[in-house]
Design a protein around this ligand. Structure first.
Ligand code: SPV
Ligand code: MG
Length: 302
C-alpha cells in the first residue's frame, strides 16, 4: 500500500476527476472511507462546527491538529487538511507541516487571506486578501519543510470570493505555482460554475485544479469532468447531514419523552462498537491478557 501522501498525490495528479469528502472527527472520517471515498477533506468549517465554534480560527492550530490526528488514526485513506491561512506566517506554516507529517496527514491547503480568517461564504467581498508574495513565501516554506516528497501543498485562491476578477485570480495562481504549489484550489461562491470554468479555460492545465462546488451544487459533475478539473471537494455534507439527523432525533425524543420511536430510526450501539473496532481489542485481549485478567475484563464488559 502506498503511503497516504503518495495516495493523495496520485489523486491530485490523476487525469480523471477525483473526489475528497469532508470529515471532521475520527468517526466521520471512518464513515467516509467505508463509503468508498479515496480521500478526505479535513474541513475547517466542519471541524469548528463540531466543536460549536465559528470558522474564524476560534480553535487553535493544535486543536485542529489533534482532531486531524484522530481522523488520520481512524483511516487508511489520505487527508488533505484545510489549514486556513496556515495559522500565522511562513514560520507557523513550517511548524505545521512538520507536525502534519508526524501524524500522517497527506497534505495541507492554505488560502490567501489574513489571520484570523472568515469563512468564504460570510461577507466574502469585505475580506482582505494576503499579499500574494507573502503568501508565496508560505508555500515555499511548506515545500522546503516537507520531508516526504509526496506531501502535497495546495494553494487556495480567494480572489473571486473577495470580489476580484479573473485576471487577479490568474495572477495569484501563477505566483503560487511558481512558489511550488502542487495544485491550485480556485474557490467561488457563485451559484453557477461560471467563474471556475472561466478560470480553467485560461489556466489551461498548468497544474491540477481543485474546486469546492458547495454553492454551485446544481452543476452536473460531468461538467467538472469534461473541463478536466482534478479534484472536487464535497466540503461539508457529512457535517450538515449529521446536524439534520441530530436536530431531528433530539426534538423527537424531547417531544415524545421516550426513545422508543427513535430506536427504529438510528443505528444500534453495536454498530458504534464495530466502527470503533471493538473486535480488535477482544482479539488483543486473547493474545495479551493473563487468563485471570481476561476473566475480569469480560466480567466488566457484561
Ligand atoms: C471548509 O470546508 O472549511 C472550506 C471550504 O474552507 S468553504 O467552507 O467552502 O470555504
Ligand atoms: Mg475552511
Amino acid at each position: 500500500m502506498n503511503s497516504k501522501a503518495a495516495q493523495l498525490r496520485k489523486l491530485i495528479n490523476s487525469k480523471k476527476l477525483e473526489f475528497l469528502m469532508e470529515a471532521h472527527n475520527g468517526i466521520s472520517a471512518k464513515i467516509v472511507e467505508e463509503a468508498g471515498f479515496q480521500g478526505i477533506w479535513g474541513s475547517g468549517l466542519s471541524i469548528a462546527a463540531s466543536k460549536g465554534v465559528r470558522d474564524c480560527n476560534e480553535i487553535s492550530w493544535t486543536q485542529t491538529l489533534q482532531t486531524a490526528e484522530y481522523m488520520s488514526d481512524a483511516t487508511s485513506i489520505p487527508i488533505l487538511l484545510d489549514a486556513d491561512t496556515g495559522f500565522g506566517n511562513f514560520n507557523n506554516v513550517r511548524r505545521l507541516v512538520k507536525k502534519l507529517e508526524q501524524i500522517d496527514v497527506a497534505g495541507l491547503c492554505i488560502e490567501d487571506k489574513l489571520f484570523p480568517k472568515t469563512n468564504s461564504f460570510i461577507d466574502g467581498e469585505q475580506q482582505t486578501l494576503a499579499d500574494p508574495h507573502e503568501f508565496a513565501g508560505k508555500i515555499k516554506a511548506a515545500k522546503d519543510t516537507q520531508k516526504d516528497p509526496d506531501f502535497s501543498v495546495v494553494a487556495r485562491v480567494e480572489s473571486f470570493i473577495a470580489g476580484w476578477g479573473l485576471s487577479e485570480a490568474l495572477r495569484r495562481a501563477e505566483i503560487y505555482l511558481e512558489a511550488g504549489a502542487d495544485a491550485i484550489l480556485i474557490h467561488s461562491k457563485k451559484n453557477t460554475a461560471e467563474q471556475v470554468l472561466d478560470f480553467q479555460s485560461e489556466w489551461d492545465n498548468r497544474c491540477p485544479l481543485i474546486i469546492v462546488p458547495t454553492m454551485y451544487h446544481a452543476t452536473p459533475t460531468s461538467v467538472f469532468r469534461e473541463n478536466q478539473f482534478s479534484v472536487a471537494i464535497w466540503a461539508n455534507q457529512i457535517m450538515r447531514s449529521a446536524i439534520t439527523a441530530m436536530q431531528k432525533t433530539a426534538s423527537l425524543i424531547h417531544g415524545q419523552e421516550s426513545i422508543a420511536e427513535t430506536e427504529k430510526q438510528v443505528i444500534s450501539v453495536h454498530e458504534i462498537f464495530r466502527l470503533q473496532n471493538t473486535q480488535e481489542l477482544k482479539n488483543a485481549e486473547n493474545a495479551y491478557l493473563k487468563p485471570s485478567a481476561k476473566k475480569r475484563s469480560e466480567a466488566s464488559n457484561q
